[in-house]
Design a protein around this ligand. Structure first.
Ligand code: ADP
Length: 503
C-alpha cells in the first residue's frame, strides 16, 4: 500500500500538503495564499491542505492555456500528441497505488474501487491517445466544379469542472479527448476532493506534455468555478455535477457563447420483467444500486419489478443489501465506504426520512451502521412500495437508498421509467427479444442495457437526455465535443463565374 494509504490505516494523520497550483508548467502559490482544508470522510478530520485558487489564479491559468494553444502544442503531429497521452496513461498506471490512496482518503471510496478506477482512467487515456491521429475531416462532393472538405480543429481552451465522486477517472474522460483533439485545459477539481488532480498535472509534465497545456486550479465552485465558466478566454466548458450547477454555468458561459457539455445526475430505472433470469437480475441489481455508496450518477436507484416476481425480488434485495460490508475505505474487506461529505450524508438522511413519511416500507438499513461512530456512514437502505409520484421515486438521492416498486405491464413501466426529469441510464431484464428492443427504444436515456446494467466503457458514448446533460462523453462521439468543424471550399472551374450584376 502507498504511504498515504498506510498512514490512514495506522491512524498517522500527518497532513498531506500541496500548497501550490499547477499553472503554465510551474508550481505557483495561490494569489490569496489560502488552502482548502480537505476532510477525510472516514474520520471527519482535516487530512489535507490544498492550494486554493481564486479568480486571479484562474486568469493566469487561462492565459497559460491560451499561450500553449498557439505554441509548440499546436505544431505537434497528431501521432506525437497521441504518444504523449500514451505516456501519461502509463504514468497513471505506474502511480495507481498512490493516486488511489489519495482519492480514497479524499472521498471515502474503498481503496479497491479507487485502484480499479486508476486502471480505468489510464485505459481511457490510452483509447484517446490512439484516436489522436484518427480525427479526420471528409471530402464533400457538393459540386463537380469545387473541392470541398472539412477540417476538425481544436475548440481552444477547455475549462474542465470536475465532480467529487470519481475525480481522476472523470478528469480523464475529459482530458483524453480534449488533448487528442489538440485543445489545452484549465482543470478545476471539486472543493470536497481537491487533492488528487494536482498529481495529474505533475504526471502530465513528467509525460512531456508541454507547459500550459494542462493547468490545475483547485478551488471553490462559486469562486474559481464561476470565474472559469465566465472567462472570455475559455472556449468550452466540460462539466460533471449537479444540473442546478450546470444551469448556472450555462448562464455564466453565455457571455462569449462557450460550447458547453454537461454530464449531470440520473435516476436510472432498472426494470425486471417476470420472464427474466431473476437470480442474475438480483445479483447485478445489488451492486448496481449500492456501489460507491450510491454516489454515482448512473446507479440503479429505482427498481421496477413485474408483479409476479415482486415480493421475492424485494426480499432478495433487502437480504443482499444487509450483507454489504460498510467500513473504512482502506480496509480491503470494505464493500462501501462513507459518504464523501457531511452535506451528502445529510441529504441521504433527508431522503430516508421522506421515504418513511411517505408510507414506503423500509426493508433494511435507514441508519448508521453499528460500530462506526465517526465518519459519514449510512447503511444500505431498501424501501419497497415507494409511491411512484414521491420525491424518493423521482429525485436523485446520491446515496445508498433504493426505491423498489411493482408494475403490471410494459406500457405502465415505460411510463414510470420516464416519469423523472433525468435520462442518463436505464436497464431492463427480459428473455423476450422483441420486448427488449421495444422497451430499449422507448426509454428516455443516453445508455440503455439489456440483461446487464450500465456498461460504462471508453468505447460507448455516454451522456444524458433531459436534465441529465448535454453532449456525450466517451466513444469517438466525445471528440465531436472537443472539435470545431471547418468547411473549406476551393473552386475548380476554368470558366469565369457568372456576374449577376452585369446587366
Ligand atoms: P454537488 O451538488 O454534487 O456537490 P456541484 O454541481 O455543486 O456538485 O459541483 C460539481 C463541480 O461544480 C465542483 O467542481 C464545484 O466546485 C463546481 N461548481 C459549483 N458551483 C459552481 C458554479 N457556480 N460555477 C462553476 N462551477 C461550480
Amino acid at each position: 500500500m502507498s504511504d498515504v494509504g498506510s498512514a490512514a490505516l495506522s491512524g498517522n494523520l500527518a497532513p498531506f500538503i500541496r500548497d501550490r497550483l499547477f499553472i503554465g508548467g510551474e508550481w505557483v502559490r495561490p494569489k490569496s495564499g489560502r488552502v482548502i482544508e480537505s476532510i477525510d470522510p472516514a474520520t471527519e478530520e482535516v487530512w489535507a491542505h490544498i492550494a486554493e485558487a481564486d479568480a486571479r489564479d484562474v486568469d493566469d491559468a487561462v492565459a497559460a492555456a491560451r499561450a500553449a494553444l498557439s505554441g509548440p502544442w499546436s505544431r505537434l503531429e497528431p501521432s506525437r500528441r497521441g504518444a504523449l497521452i500514451h505516456r501519461l496513461a502509463d504514468l497513471v498506471r505506474q502511480n495507481a497505488g498512490e493516486l488511489a490512496a489519495i482519492e480514497s482518503r479524499d472521498n471515502g471510496k474503498p481503496l479497491r474501487d479507487t485502484l480499479g478506477e486508476m486502471q480505468r482512467a489510464a485505459d481511457w487515456l490510452t483509447f484517446f491517445a490512439g484516436a489522436a491521429d484518427k480525427i479526420n475531416g471528409h471530402q464533400i462532393p457538393y459540386s463537380p466544379h469545387a473541392l470541398a472538405y472539412t477540417r476538425r480543429e481544436p475548440v481552444g481552451v477547455v475549462g474542465a469542472i470536475l465532480p467529487w465522486n470519481s475525480p481522476i477517472l472523470l478528469c480523464c474522460w475529459k482530458l483524453g479527448p480534449a488533448l487528442a483533439a489538440g485543445n489545452t485545459l484549465v482543470i478545476k477539481p471539486a472543493e470536497q476532493t481537491p487533492a488528487s488532480i494536482l498529481e495529474i498535472g505533475r504526471l502530465a509534465a513528467e509525460a512531456g506534455i508541454p507547459a500550459g497545456v494542462v493547468n490545475v486550479v483547485p478551488g471553490y465552485g462559486k469562486v474559481a468555478g464561476a470565474a472559469l465558466a465566465a472567462h472570455p478566454g475559455v472556449n468550452k466548458i466540460s462539466f460533471t455535477g449537479h444540473h442546478s450547477t450546470a444551469i448556472k454555468i450555462m448562464q455564466a458561459a453565455a457571455g462569449n457563447l462557450k460550447r458547453c457539455s454537461f454530464e449531470c445526475g440520473g435516476k436510472s430505472p432498472y426494470i425486471v420483467f417476470d420472464d427474466a433470469d431473476l437470480d442474475r437480475a438480483l445479483s447485478v441489481a445489488v451492486h448496481s444500486a449500492f456501489r460507491s455508496t450510491g454516489q454515482s450518477c448512473s446507479l440503479a436507484s429505482r427498481i421496477f419489478v413485474q408483479r409476479r416476481a415482486y415480493d421475492a425480488f424485494a426480499r432478495g434485495l433487502a437480504e443482499r443489501a444487509a450483507r454489504i460490508r460498510v467500513g473504512h475505505p482502506m480496509d480491503e474487506r470494505t464493500h462501501i465506504g462513507p459518504h464523501t461529505s457531511a452535506e451528502q450524508l445529510a441529504k441521504t438522511r433527508d431522503y430516508i426520512q421522506l421515504g418513511l413519511e411517505s408510507g414506503a416500507r423500509l426493508l433494511t438499513g435507514g441508519g448508521r451502521p453499528s460500530g462506526l461512530d465517526k465518519g459519514y456512514y449510512v447503511s444500505p437502505t431498501v424501501f419497497r412500495d415507494v409511491d411512484t409520484s414521491s420525491r424518493l421515486a423521482r429525485e436523485e438521492v446520491f446515496g445508498p437508498v433504493l426505491a423498489v416498486m411493482p408494475f403490471d405491464d410494459e406500457e405502465e413501466v415505460v411510463r414510470l421509467a420516464n416519469s423523472t426529469d433525468y435520462g442518463l441510464v436505464g436497464g431492463l431484464w427480459t428473455r423476450d427479444v422483441s420486448r427488449a428492443h421495444r422497451v430499449a427504444a422507448q426509454i428516455e436515456a443516453g445508455l440503455v442495457s439489456v440483461n446487464t446494467f450500465r456498461p460504462v466503457h471508453y468505447m460507448l458514448p455516454y451522456g444524458g437526455y433531459k436534465l441529465s446533460g448535454i453532449g456525450r462523453e466517451n466513444g469517438m462521439e466525445a471528440l465531436d465535443e472537443f472539435t470545431e468543424t471547418k468547411a473549406v471550399v476551393i473552386d475548380l472551374s476554368p470558366n469565369m463565374p457568372a456576374d449577376p450584376f452585369a446587366n
